[in-house]
Design a protein around this ligand. Structure first.
Ligand code: HEC
Length: 212
């Protein structure tokens, strides 16, 4: 079941990328508008459905315009803007509870559309990290769009700088890589600061199965 959800999520990413790709190859505004309308029409309005997510923000627009490869000055401006929206846990602790982080990492329950919509759209969400990353050695079902995170803490260490980078990267990947394919999980409200801190501990703590 879990691996089906992961495959579906990965397909969603690919479909969205393919539609975005078609929209800009031709370069004609008309074709762009048609592709946009087609894409939007495939999301039906309904209870809990948030169609505002179909509107690109400034960063997404720039990344579409430059096919995820913006000139350096544009990339720097995106990263500076995205870095400003990072929110930290109220208690200031960027290393949370790795056991709770393990659950968030493994949980494929993110934002849902159509028939996947949960009865409670505000239910706690997961990070769906396995859709794109290898994690614990024992887990065989994972995507490889992102780099392997197996032994992340063992390889990077536990310095304050690594803890801060890891928290911020999970909160908003585009603060470091302007047009990263990794969703801005904290910024977009998929995960809250406590969950991001728990994930940070899960990746870094020596006790975490990621580092075994
Ligand atoms: C849709 C795919 C996708 C999902 C889902 C995703 N990531 Fe990523 N992630 C990437 C990609 C691609 C990169 C490499 C490019 C970059 O750094 O922006 C990356 C990079 C990272 C890095 C930096 C690795 C390094 O060596 O510096 C961390 C840490 C990370 N992801 C953690 C997570 C965690 C934790 C989750 C779940 C909460 C997650 N990712 C979900 C695609 C994804």
């Amino acid at each position: 079941m879990h691996s089906n959800i992961r495959i579906l999520s990965a397909l969603g990413v690919i479909t969205a990328a393919a539609v975005a790709g078609c929209a800009s190859t031709d370069g004609s505004a008309d074709l762009n508008a048609k592709a946009d309308a087609f894409f939007k029409a495939s999301f039906a309005p309904g209870p809990g459905q948030d169609l505002s997510r179909l509107e690109q923000d400034e960063t997404q627009k720039a990344c579409s315009q430059y096919r995820a490869n913006p000139p350096e000055a544009v990339a720097k401006a995106i990263q500076a803007r995205e870095a400003k929206n990072i929110v930290y846990p109220a208690d200031g602790k960027l290393m949370g509870d790795w056991k709770a982080g393990a659950k968030v990492f493994n949980d494929g329950f993110a934002m849902r559309i159509g028939s996947f919509m949960p009865s409670n759209p505000n239910a706690v969400r997961g990070g769906n990290c396995y859709a794109c990353h290898q994690g614990e050695a024992k887990e065989a079902a994972y995507g490889n769009l992102g780099p392997s995170l197996l032994h992340y803490g063992k390889l990077r260490g536990q310095s304050d700088a690594i803890v801060k980078y890891t928290y911020e990267k999970i909160y908003n990947a585009k603060a470091f890589n302007a047009c990263s394919a990794m969703p801005r999980l904290g910024h977009k409200g998929v995960l809250n600061p406590k969950q991001v801190a728990d994930l940070t501990a899960y990746l870094i703590s020596p006790e975490s199965p990621i580092n075994r």
